[in-house]
Every structure is written in structure tokens, then in C-alpha cells.
Design a binder for this molecule. Sequence first.
Ligand SMILES: [Fe+2]
Ligand SMILES: [Fe+2]
Length: 251
Amino acid sequence: MINREYEAWVRDFEAERERRATVGDPAWTRGAALDPALVRSLQRFQVGEDGDGSALIGKAERAGDPVYAAAVRLFVAEEQNHARMLALLLTAGGAGTLSGHWSDAVFVRLRRLLGLRVELLVLMVAEVVALRYYRAVRDGAPDPLTAEVAGRILADEERHVPFHCRRLREGLSPLPAPVRRCATAAWRALLAGAAVVVAADHGPALRHLGVGRREFTADVIRSSGPLAGAMRTGPGRSPAPAPDESSPVGA
Ligand SMILES: [Fe+2]
Ligand SMILES: [Fe+2]
């Protein structure tokens, strides 16, 4: 079934791709002064952003909406661009990338086992943790190149969250209300657990950025309530419609 709303998302992702091409990359040659704790932290996030997304794309294609699948392919390309920019930032700071990290291996294996709906719930855990993380890097990194890269990634993540929320709302809507409530409560619990693990694992980097572990965890947990509500019932956010069209917002 084709949901016309995803045409607006495809346009949004394509417009963003064009904007990226016009703006060009940050000036990598100016170099980056990276704190060693931040290097270790960014290396782990770089691994998390990296991946071909083929499992997610395959599931989106099998879901039977080619427009949604096209939007997912554009989403995956943005995540790959995050991995590319983080790798170049690490290079600019004289550091390398990791070939893998246990947390990413667990995450990827877990997601492969799941159907599209549950995979998106798990993916949303990573996206929401990433929102707080990149905000901390953008606002707290003393190095201007690092802050710029984090700001660019954060702007993308802020669009990804409502995109997945929209699809999840559609995916959860056929379920009875108590099941939907259970699903979003489980999602919030998983997110809280992930926030605790990330705060512990990235504690020294967060301290360098001026964010305490407790503050990081509390902020992530606080942000999860409205998102869970949006997945269950909320209107979600749609990208701006093309000028010649009325709003494509669906039910
Ligand atoms: Fe990302
Ligand atoms: Fe994302």
C-alpha cells in the first residue's frame, strides 16, 4: 500500500541531499584538536553510523510501499554520510577509525533478527541517544571543526526521529491500545537502559563536553515520553510540502 505522505519525505531527503552538495564539506584541512576521551567516543559512534543498511532497506522494500522504501534508502545514505564525516573528522584530528565495536556488533545482530516494526523501535533507541550525544558534542566541543560536524549530524538526526516516528505510528496503529502502550513502554525502558550504558561507556568524553552522566541519562529519558506518545497517537511531523501541493499529512 502506498502512503502518499512518504512522497513528501522523499522530497525532503532529496532537498537535503542537494543542499549538502551545494554547501560542500567542512574545511577538513584546518585540522581538529581532539581530546583523547572524545576520540575514543567519536570512534565508537563512527562505527555505529557506518553500515550499508541493506537489512533495513530489504525490510522496507518487502513492506510493499516503494515510496517509503525510497525514503529509507535516502535515510541510510544520510547515516553513511555521518560515518564518512566522523571518519574525516578523526583523520583531521590525527586519529583513525575502529574496525568494529562490541556494542555495534550486538546492535546489528539484534536488528537483523527483527521485523521492520521492531527494528525501527530498536533503531529509534540509537537515534534518540544520538540526538543528546551530538547536541553535547556540538555545544561542548572546544574544537570548531568538531562542533560543526556534530551540528550537521544533529540537524539530520532531528529529521530522522520524526520520520521513524511517523512510520512507527502507522505500524503500531493496527494493534489494540493496551498492546501499543506496552510496546512504547518497553521501548522507553530499552532507551533508558541504552542511555545508562552510553553514559557509562562515554563518561569521560561527556565530562570533557561539560555534561554529567546523570544529566545525559535524565535528558534522554525525559525526551522519550513525548516521542512514545507520538508513536502511539500523535500527529508526528511531516516535512514541508512542495509549494504547489496541499499538505500530504495522512491520518
Ligand atoms: Fe546518524
Ligand atoms: Fe539518524
